[in-house]
Write a protein that binds this ligand. Structure first.
Ligand SMILES: Cc1cc2nc3c(=O)[nH]c(=O)nc-3n(C[C@H](O)[C@H](O)[C@H](O)COP(=O)(O)OP(=O)(O)OC[C@H]3O[C@@H](n4cnc5c(N)ncnc54)[C@H](O)[C@@H]3O)c2cc1C
Ligand code: SF4
Length: 358
């Protein structure tokens, strides 16, 4: 084990996605010292790993937006970034935690007054228990993040034959709001993200018809005006209230079966691409770090905040705070809010420690 970081005024942030980056930047700007531990070789989290194209609500490039966060964090001069690294153990109690961090150069001890967990989410696996959509059987059945990658390359084609699609539909609430699989919660971002992707497809392929099959559309706050109405009125995306029960191959197209719930009748439509609007689940890192740190998780595996609604970041272990999608489904605004709050709460622990020691 290498020599330890002896600074006792350090906050360790685990996870270098939007929430972790914002927490580290806020801490740096407030005069704290930070060690940021990220398991991947790169920073930026899921938006970078999964090649997100443009972000809601302003269609700003995800790469640019994450780049700005990283730059802002580095500009504070207060953040030591450890990539390809993971926390493997945590001893002691706040404000005298001692963490073991395993990285490319071996193990290292890091002393910390407080910890912020920002280990994020993973996409629901659409092959799990929802085989009826044929995600792993039909190449033209894809998920939101697969379409994001295509949009980033400005190349939206049917995976089966490389040709531009004439008809695309989105199926909402895949893996969310589903009691059978135990995910009763709404994943919060997928209605907005599907609508944003629908707009981008219409802009890229004006001849392609785009449909969104939904149970009910859940646009939060300003997304209603920023995304939902323009999608219909300016970009002619067609929203159909319906439940899709099955996707089958029919010739070289896909047959989508379900019920049009407004008309109250069965529905069968042919599509070239079906996009599954998959929900958010805790990442393996969120589950394992919650275990290592001994944090209470809710029944879905997300970290439980113990004093909601005004304090969304304090966990069951003193001195450990959580931010972003490790706490549950979150958009980037939620990440910024919880990261800022976690930074302030973490720093207040260090300040109290300094006062006590002084
Ligand atoms: C398809 C899709 C599109 C989206 N588009 C938008 C959008 O346009 N606008 C919007 O507001 N929101 C969007 N979202 C939501 C947005 O992606 C999330 O709000 C955001 O990524 C959550 O950030 P986070 O930092 O909490 O988690 P993540 O982005 O998941 O980052 C977590 C980080 O922690 C790291 N990590 C995990 N485990 C460990 C570990 N044990 N040790 C060290 N590091 C670890 C990961 O490698 C990762 O870098 C979208 C979501 C989906 C599913
Ligand atoms: S945001 Fe929309 S698609 Fe996602 S779970 Fe909620 S209602 Fe379903």
């Amino acid at each position: 084990m290498q020599g330890g970081n002896m600074a006792s005024d350090t906050v360790v942030v685990i996870g270098g996605g939007p929430a972790g980056l914002e927490a580290a930047r806020s801490l740096g700007e407030l005069g704290g010292q930070v060690v940021l531990v990220e398991m991947e070789e790169f920073l930026g989290g899921t938006p970078i790993r999964e090649n997100y194209a443009a972000l809601t609500p302003n269609f700003r490039s995800a790469e640019e937006a994450m780049g700005e966060l990283i730059e802002g964090m580095r500009a504070t001069g207060a953040v030591e970034v450890l990539t390809s690294s993971q926390v493997t153990a945590c001893e002691g109690e706040s404000p005298d935690f001692v963490l073991t961090v395993a990285g490319p150069d071996g193990e290292r001890r890091v002393e910390a007054g407080a910890i912020i967990l920002a280990t994020g989410f993973q996409h629901f696996d659409p092959g799990r228990e929802t085989q009826l959509y044929g995600y792993y059987e039909h190449p033209d059945v894809i998920a939101l993040q697969d379409l994001e990658s295509m949009l980033k390359d400005h190349d939206v084609v049917r995976p089966s034959n490389g040709l531009p699609p004439k008809r695309i539909c989105f199926v909402q609430c895949v893996g969310s709001r589903d009691r059978h699989i135990g995910n009763e919660y709404c994943s919060k971002v997928c209605c907005g993200v599907a609508s944003k992707e629908a707009i981008e497809v219409r802009q890229l392929l004006p001849d392609c018809q785009v449909f969104i099959f939904y149970i009910d559309m859940r646009m939060y706050g300003y997304w209603e005006n920023q995304i939902y109405w323009p999608a219909q009125e300016e970009h002619h995306v067609q929203y159909i209230k319906g439940i899709i029960t099955e996707v089958l191959a029919k010739g070289d197209r896909l047959l989508v079966r379900g019920e049009d719930t407004t008309m109250g009748r069965p529905m069968e439509v042919e599509m070239d691409i079906v996009v599954l609007s998959v929900g958010m689940e805790p990442s393996p890192g969120t589950r394992s770090m919650a275990g290592i740190l001994g944090l209470t998780q809710n029944k879905y595996g997300f970290v439980e905040a113990i004093h909601p609604p005004m304090d969304t970041v304090t966990t069951s272990r003193r001195g450990v705070f959580a931010a972003g999608a490790s706490l549950g489904p979150a958009d980037l605004e939620d990440c910024a809010s919880s990261a800022g709050l976690a930074a302030v709460k973490a720093l207040s622990i260090l300040r109290r420690k300094t006062v006590a020691a002084g």
